[in-house]
Design a protein around this ligand. Sequence first.
Ligand SMILES: *[C@@H]1O[C@H](CO)[C@@H](O)[C@H](O)[C@H]1NC(C)=O
Length: 435
Amino acid sequence: MAISRCLLLFLLISLFASFGFAEIRYTEIRSDNRPIIPFDEFGFTHTGRLELNVSGIKLSDSNPDLDYSKIGFFLCTRDAWLHVLQELEDAEVTCALNSRLVKVVSDFKSMKGDSFNALYEEKDADQYTLVFANCLSQIKVSMNVRSAMYNLDGKKNVRDYLSAGKTILPRVYFFLSLVYVTLAGIWIYVLYKKRLTVFRIHFFMLAVVILKAFNLICEAEDKSYIKRTGSAHGWDVLFYIFSFLKGIMLFTLIVLIGTGWSFLKPYLQDKEKKVLMIVIPLQVVANIAQVVIDETGPFGQDWITWKQVFLLVDVVCCCAVLFPIVWSIKNLREAARTDGKAAVNLMKLTLFRQYYIVVICYIYFTRVVVYALETITSYKYLWTSVVAGELATLAFYVFTGYKFKPEAHNPYFVIDDEEEEAAAEQLKLEDEFEL
Ligand SMILES: *[C@@H]1O[C@H](CO)[C@@H](O)[C@H](O)[C@H]1NC(C)=O
């Protein structure tokens, strides 16, 4: 069952991956009369280039008297675009291509036969969107567009296909993967040293860290291939596979730790299994959505739908993983009241509460704060949001590993009477605590 599911997913991934070409994009437009079609966004430095190859152009009306200068491609910053919209509204210009605020790359007047190529040099550093405008509303356009945007780097004019704010990402990912490899090494050492008190969950944690390291290595390779050649050379497929495995394992791990599986009890309750049965398929959906989102770019036709699917699924997963922790906290509080081992349970209780808060912080930070950073930082510093998210993830891994490490002198079982009494006192206060 599990294997057939994995295979299916792999097929789906390869299917999606085959139509995405990373930073060099190939787009087919078929009988489209949208007045504005945005293609792609890119952060240029002072040595930016845009290569545009348009072929197979067919217009629904091939009347030679048409004003072909009213159909074409232009580059525009977001701020400028708002002004252009205002100009259009005030009827200062009739076509976005005529506005002085946009940089026209090429219009259809330069068409030879059914195709044209254009090379545009962008000298003003900024984040631009490549947009197609068709101001002849009665005309439907079909064409194949290949667009490549890059910056020339250094004295040798090496092409850098990564947007200005993302160009250091390969190094960032590579460095982080080294950090996780080190963490995995440390963890193996800890497991070996404390092998008498190791639970199954500790091996699970090891697997998650190793997958995370592989995931980052693939992402580094993927990005560095894109940087050099404009396409990922298959590394994106590996990256998606590891992302998928890591995503499922991480959420499962959070649920398992939350239930206290293998720490507190060797089995899972039915309702806890149900949480896993919800989270795992949802992670599959989330990963498929992520693949589509990444590969189609922000202006692909299904982008918004998939983005919404992803957000919804992600929110459901994040909420679902909190339930087992809450149940554990509830159980521990009840147990602490009924049986005599107040101190033991109180310690576990504190641990689970900390864990609960840290999981919430982790989710909040990697979803909300990272997103906010991404929105407010200038295009030149887009990498900062990636680094912030990765550091939060790293902190979460380290916290989880540290708090749930195998311990020879497990404090849960060695407790003296004094502590026991103090704990019983504290538990009375705890009763007032509401989650
Ligand atoms: C695309 O256009 C550029 C710029 O004119 C040209 O150098 C390049 O050879 C073209 N590529 C293809 C595949 O036609």
